[in-house]
Design a protein around this ligand. Structure first.
Ligand SMILES: *[C@@H]1O[C@H](CO)[C@@H](O)[C@H](O)[C@H]1NC(C)=O
Ligand SMILES: *[C@@H]1O[C@H](CO)[C@@H](O)[C@H](O)[C@H]1NC(C)=O
Ligand SMILES: *[C@@H]1O[C@H](CO)[C@@H](O)[C@H](O)[C@H]1NC(C)=O
Ligand SMILES: *[C@@H]1O[C@H](CO)[C@@H](O)[C@H](O)[C@H]1NC(C)=O
Length: 450
């Protein structure tokens, strides 16, 4: 009898799976993390003795979106096959969740802002307004507020829903400039040919990710999930596991009430491993992996300096952009930099570079200029919380503007974008190296698509 009960328990554990979903799983969804998981609920007015806020510069990643067509079509095809395989195994405890699963109502392949993304923007603006009423509790005025978004529907919609949270009235009048196809501030990296060729499209940038996906550690994730569902050996690939994870992430972001069944198949350790794979990818293409990637952000920082030094009436400037800008800008500022580079063989769960925390949907970086008895001081906020820029006084939120300008002296005087982004002369040699690597890259993309 006892043996029988044990077998049943073991059977249940083997199939369908973990007794319960990891309560912390929402903190491991990388760049698909919904902002509600990390938002700062404290809306008390931000005050510093003897200081008055004068100007606010704010860059914001668009809110929760839908995937592009590549991922959407996999969710409609291969994920259905996986679901059917699971459902056939009626012994799975959670099989009914999978039987009932169908593509989410938000799913399309358009990278469109979702309902959740709309609320992220509106609530973010409402909280901001409460914290800085001296700058923001005003009706809209074309000369004091400026907005700018990229040439995409998700950043445009983000700007509109953000405005709704910022203004009681006059929202309909808010003026938005025509977006640029390649905005030199909001999406500076798109204009950097050298970065595009040598980093973004260079398979070399993905070798740590590739090695990690081929590691024993990652293989056991695939094996464990396969076994958990009683599926035949080799039924699930690395790409399948990534698809399961991506679906879990998106469905969690889209819907705060329903638990996605795809999240319930993953253990804490598996979330951490899948999370690391994505962090590795972003580290090497949009972060500290290569110097050029971190250098380019100087154009954005100079925009902050120009805005603060300008004599114009403009008091608040809001930019709506993408993950690529947020990560490169954070890296330029020197934030969340680990002492050792992230590699396939040094997974550290205490690392600073965690996109789940630093690059969630609606991630945001603000600089607020204060006048403190005639001295310009700057408050830097990331995800609505003060951060200390490396080199600024460690024991206080505010840092004198003159100190920041000194810390980033190089960014100010040596920010020749044309020069740094000029693709190398040795292009022909480089091309031949790239062409031999493309094969490897294509197979990697099959393994692990975005
Ligand atoms: C389900 O469990 C029963 C009894 O434990 C077993 O005979 C059967 O093979 C299992 N089915 C699958 C698909 O694992
Ligand atoms: C807009 O703001 C500026 C600066 O605060 C002010 O001078 C101007 O009168 C305002 N315009 C309107 C229409 O409120
Ligand atoms: C706002 O200002 C811009 C120039 O900065 C101008 O082109 C635009 O027409 C103005 N919009 C409104 C509604 O006043
Ligand atoms: C895979 O399963 C084994 C056996 O249950 C377990 O010891 C191991 O930690 C799991 N590996 C991962 C990466 O979850």
């Amino acid at each position: 009898m006892i043996v029988w009960i044990l077998l049943v328990i073991v059977g249940v554990r083997l199939c369908g799976v973990l007794g319960s979903v990891d309560p912390e799983f929402e903190h491991h969804l990388c760049t698909k993390t919904p902002y509600r998981v990390i938002q700062n609920p404290d809306v008390s007015e931000v005050r510093y003795k003897g200081c008055t806020p004068k100007k606010l510069w704010y860059v914001i990643r668009h809110g929760t979106r839908t995937p592009g067509e590549d991922v959407a079509s996999l969710m409609r095809s291969r994920l259905f096959d996986i679901r059917d395989l699971i459902v056939k195994n009626k012994n799975c405890t959670r099989y009914s969740d999978f039987a009932a699963w169908k593509p989410h109502i938000e799913l399309d392949g358009k990278k469109r802002l979702t309902r959740e993304g709309e609320s992220e923007m509106t609530f973010l603006a409402q909280r901001l307004r409460k914290r800085f009423p001296k700058i923001l509790s005003k009706t809209w005025n074309n000369s004091t507020f400026s907005f700018r978004f990229t040439h995409t529907s998700r950043t445009e919609a983000s700007a509109h829903f953000f405005s709704r949270g910022l203004f009681d009235d006059g929202v309909a009048d808010v003026w938005y400039p025509q977006p640029l196809k390649k905005d030199p501030i909001l999406r500076f990296y798109k204009l950097c040919q050298k970065w595009r060729v040598e980093i973004k499209k260079n398979p070399q940038s993905l070798i740590e990710l590739e090695a990690f996906l081929r590691s024993d550690l990652f293989s056991t994730v695939v094996t464990n999930i396969t076994e958990r569902f009683n599926l035949p050996d080799g039924e699930l690939s690395v790409a399948d596991v990534h698809l399961i994870y991506t679906t879990c992430c998106f469905e969690t972001a889209w819907d705060k009430t329903e638990l996605s069944p795809w999240c319930s198949v993953l253990s804490r350790q598996e979330f951490e491993i899948l999370e690391y794979a994505e962090d590795l990818e972003y580290y090497w293409t949009d972060g500290y992996g290569y110097e050029l990637t971190t250098q380019m952000g100087c154009v954005m920082l100079n925009d902050v300096f120009n805005f603060f030094r300008s004599k114009s009436e403009s008091e608040a400037s809001f930019y709506f952009t993408h993950s690529g800008a947020i990560l490169k800008f954070l890296s330029h500022l020197g934030l969340y930099q680990d002492s050792v580079k992230l590699r396939h063989d040094n997974l550290n769960i205490q690392r600073l570079w965690k996109t789940s925390l630093i690059d969630a949907f609606a991630s945001n970086i603000a600089f607020v200029l204060f006048d403190c008895s005639g001295i310009d001081q700057v408050l830097t906020l990331h995800q609505e919380k003060p951060v200390i820029l490396p080199g600024c006084p460690a024991n206080q939120d505010l840092c004198p503007l003159s100190v920041i300008e000194r810390i980033y002296e190089k960014s100010r005087v040596q920010c020749d974008f044309e020069e740094m982004c000029h693709a190398s002369e040795k292009k022909s040699v480089y091309d031949s190296v790239v062409s031999t690597m493309w094969l490897a890259y294509d197979s990697l993309k099959l393994l692990y698509f975005r």
